[in-house]
Write a protein that binds this ligand. Structure first.
Ligand code: KG4
Ligand code: ZN
Length: 365
């Protein structure tokens, strides 16, 4: 398959300057339509259109609504990201896109857009693992600022989001994740969202539960912290969610919840949920002593207690800790471009454009 020639004016611009190394990132795996431009690790633009308002009434993401909204929004979002960055499509060195895991209808919208741009402009097409990208976000600084130096490897990575909770080892820049633990039921963010639903709080629940927990007494309600087996690196949040549900029901019999009780419930939940994440991080570091850094990504990495607890844990062990700025913890496309940058060094092949979307993560290595 050959690409069409660029329009003459743009072609002249590209031939004079050559590729500027700009990577367009595209994210559409769940309920955020996002595009970003990253050059040499520096984020030039990052545009995110959240669909929260479309899914809020269902208290979770409805796949068909998500893919339709992506299809409507993807073109203007990409145009806005390129415009803010001042980069024309013909100047792109590559188009990176989240191709797995995620909602298949949603993924296909981003992958189709990325392939079309890559084919039309001759830019490289780089399919990216969304989970790997959440950890690549630790290489980013806020828009316009120079990137931090790359994290020291090998590193322990924790991805905590609304759809995923897993730990892995990163051996080399761009190497596939070596998964060492994952959730057996709910994802951490999903548990926060379900607690919010139980308490009648808005979706997504993580930010509001985190805020209320800060004003609560974590010792008032003892909620279960899932340790699983003594050496287990897996997670489980469904027992915590059920315990919170029964507690809420019991309290409801005594009348409506007052604000302090709501805060105390959120604080008890946060102590158990974040406690489990920190416990498993500690265990993983015991079992993988070669790790010199800890990388944490995903929406739950915005959590105040997790950020503070992980900082203590890393300091006590003399390890470097990397958590992205909050805007790059949540789903975004700058992280997709950052992950794509690792793949850019591998030689292009004739069938690069044959890669497709997949709802599942790659097999654990
Ligand atoms: O990474 P993300 O934007 O999307 C997925 O890939 O799932 O993560 C969204 C999740 C939601 O479940 C949301 O409730 C959670 O991240 N979240 C938080 C906080 N901010 C967002 N969870 C706990 N504390 C927070 N401060
Ligand atoms: Zn995500």
């Amino acid at each position: 398959m050959t690409s069409p020639d660029p329009p003459s004016a743009s072609a002249a611009g590209r031939s004079q300057t050559g590729s500027c190394g700009a990577i367009l990132g595209i994210e559409s795996s769940c309920d955020e339509t996002a595009a970003a431009v990253v050059t040499d690790g520096r984020v030039l633009s990052s545009v995110v259109a959240s669909q929260h308002e479309l899914h809020a009434q269902y208290r979770g993401v409805v796949p068909e609504i998500a893919s339709r909204a992506h299809a409507e929004r993807i073109e203007p979002i990409i145009a806005e990201a390129l415009g803010q960055a001042g980069v024309g499509p013909w100047q792109l060195a590559a188009v990176a896109v989240a191709s797995r895991p995620g909602l298949i209808g949603s993924l296909l919208v981003g992958v189709s857009a990325a392939k079309a741009i890559a084919w039309a402009t001759g830019a490289r097409f780089l399919p990216v693992d969304h989970l790997r990208a959440h950890l690549a976000a630790t290489e980013l600084a806020p828009v316009g600022l120079p990137p931090p130096p790359p994290p020291a490897l090998p590193a322990l990575g924790l991805v905590v989001s609304g759809g995923h909770t897993s730990m892995s080892i990163i051996d080399a820049p761009g190497a596939p994740l070596r998964t060492i633990g994952s959730t057996r039921d709910d994802a951490a963010g999903e548990a926060y969202d379900k607690l919010a639903a139980i308490l009648g709080l808005p979706y997504p629940g993580g930010p509001v539960v985190d805020r209320l927990a800060a004003a609560g007494d974590p010792a008032r309600f003892e909620l279960p912290l899932a340790r699983l087996g003594p050496g287990s690196l897996d997670f489980s949040f469904s027992g915590l969610k059920t315990a919170a549900l029964y507690l809420r029901r019991g309290l409801a019999q005594a009348g409506p919840l007052d604000h302090q009780t709501l805060c105390d419930l959120c604080a008890g939940f946060q102590r158990a949920a974040v406690g489990a994440l920190l416990l498993k991080l500690g265990r993983a570091l015991d079992q993988h002593p070669a790790c010199v850094s800890v990388l944490i990504g995903g929406g739950v990495a915005c959590n105040s207690a997790l950020r503070a607890g992980a900082a203590d844990l890393a300091r006590n062990r003399g390890l470097a800790l990397r958590i992205p700025p909050p805007e790059f913890c949540l789903d975004n496309a700058a992280m997709i471009a950052a992950a794509g940058a690792h793949a850019l060094h591998a030689p292009a092949t004739a069938d690069d454009l044959a890669a497709s979307a997949s709802p599942t993560a790659p097999r654990a290595g």
